[in-house]
Design a binder for this molecule. Structure first.
Ligand SMILES: Cc1ncc(COP(=O)(O)O)c(C=O)c1O
Length: 439
């Protein structure tokens, strides 16, 4: 497709450069813009993943917890993976019943929080014990109420876009490690607790090969240790291609692999396991765009770089700073023309610059190498008040933003609906809100 002539940012979204200009003028910058159709298409694709006996797809709401996001995804038939009590509460407030939510958390609730957790569990929430202490704390309640628990196991293998996104290797502490299985199982036997659901999440953005290796390992663990389990969750971590040179997870291929392995498991054990996956990135990342405005330009001499300074940086997308992540760029003129698309031909573009934010922080950049040093990227030269749009910004951008650094206000979230209108799904924070809890 000749992207420049259609004005579409890329080949997978209906959002055009004209729509970017309209949103920016209507709501101000910076803002997040989400593509409803893309979210729904991703949900449909995931629900079509091949599986042996039954497949549940849960949305890992940590990726983007906005209520409207949750409602859209739940209405498509997905359930929810929450990673804190507050996330579970937010999902419930979005109209999602507790029976559609699993809680997989590092929290160890006590007092009022524990009482609240028990209420949620009574309401149907599936509790995933992620440590021995969590298990011991909920054990009596689960036994008394005959509630089956889930257990997150630590597989000892992991994969991630960066080392800090790998949650399965032994340098990472998520789940009950296999060296503690005996303790967990002895305790469960003593109390009469059944682990009906075994769960693993090996990390985010890693390779398909490790994802497959985890399926084998997890099934062998279920066979040996968790004989009462009816459900196996392979977690999230399905790779998304944010940049044109990346390859997204092949849902059919991974599904067929999981299907074959769970069928082989049935042949060996007579157990027909229900399967679950819980992607966040794969659903949300490419649905989102962070729209910023160019406020300044600088350069650092013959051996230096060009810099394009925008009104939204690390406080709207901290992923480059946190993980060295690379996001696609789009440049849109103030009049709404598409100047540059990461997915376009871009003939004649011979300008390159580091796109940075306005925080007093040298790491406030969308263009960092693995050492945290600014590097220039090819992009059409924008003028002051043109727009730089950061793609792949639907997951872990708004949700993980170090908002209010330098007292910048939390950016609004806008939905580009299926009928191509804009809907504010979170307003811009006000200056009064920034101050309101100070005493
Ligand atoms: C337990 C769990 N499940 C699912 C996910 C979602 O991962 P991703 O966004 O890579 O699909 C995460 C991410 O951290 C997680 O911790």
């Amino acid at each position: 497709m000749n992207i420049q002539s259609t004005g579409k940012l890329n080949g997978f979204s209906e959002i055009t450069s004209g729509a970017i200009k309209e949103a920016a003028e209507k709501f101000g910058t910076p803002l997040y813009l989400y593509d409803e159709k893309f979210i729904k298409d991703r949900c449909r694709l995931l629900l079509s993943m091949p599986s042996a006996y039954a497949l549940t797809v849960r949305y890992a709401m940590k990726a983007n917890s906005n209520r409207t996001f949750l409602k859209i995804i739940h209405s498509c038939g997905l359930k929810i993976d929450a990673s804190s009590l507050n996330e579970a509460k937010r999902a419930n407030l979005a109209g999602i019943p507790y029976e559609d939510i699993i809680l997989t958390t590092q929290e160890v609730p006590e007092g009022v929080q524990m009482a609240s957790l028990k209420e949620m569990i009574k309401g149907g929430l599936k509790y995933n014990a992620c440590s021995l202490r969590q298990l011991y704390n909920i054990g009596d309640f689960a036994a008394e109420n005959k509630i089956k628990l889930a257990v997150r196991i630590h597989p000892g293998i992991g994969a991630g876009e960066s080392a800090s996104r790998n949650t399965g290797d032994d340098y990472s502490c998520f789940g009950i490690h296999r060296s503690d299985f005996e303790k967990a199982l002895n305790y469960a036997n003593e109390k009469g607790i059944i682990f009906g659901h075994v769960h693993v999440h090996i990390g985010s953005g890693g390779s398909a090969a490790v994802w497959k290796a985890n399926i084998d390992l997890e099934l062998s663990i279920l066979e040996k240790y968790f004989r009462g389990a009816e459900t196996v969750s392979f977690g999230g971590g399905l790779k998304e291609a944010r940049m044109p040179y990346e390859n997204a997870a092949d849902i059919t291929e991974l599904g067929l692999y999981a299907k074959a392995q769970t069928e082989a498991f049935y042949q060996r054990t007579g157990r027909k396991l229900k399967t679950e996956i819980e992607p966040g990135t794969f659903i949300a990342a490419n649905a989102g765009y962070a729209v910023t405005k160019v406020i300044d330009k600088k350069q650092t001499g013959a051996n230096g770089l060009n810099f394009v300074i925008t009104d939204g940086g690390m406080e709207i997308n901290a992923r480059p700073l946190m993980y060295g992540s690379v996001h696609p760029f789009y440049a849109v003129s103030n009049g709404g023309g598409l100047l540059f698309s990461q997915f376009g031909e871009n003939e004649g573009v011979n300008y390159s610059a580091a796109v940075i934010g306005r925080c007093c922080e040298s790491g406030d950049s969308q263009c960092l190498d693995e050492n945290g040093v600014n590097v220039a990227r090819k992009i059409a030269e924008p003028e002051i008040s043109d727009y730089i749009v950061i793609g792949g910004a639907g997951a872990y951008c708004s949700a993980m933003a170090p908002m209010n650094y330098n007292s910048h206000l939390q950016a609004p979230e806008i939905l580009f609906t299926e009928d191509k209108t804009f809907k504010v799904i979170r307003k811009r924070q006000t200056f009064d809100q920034l101050l309101e809890n100070e005493v």
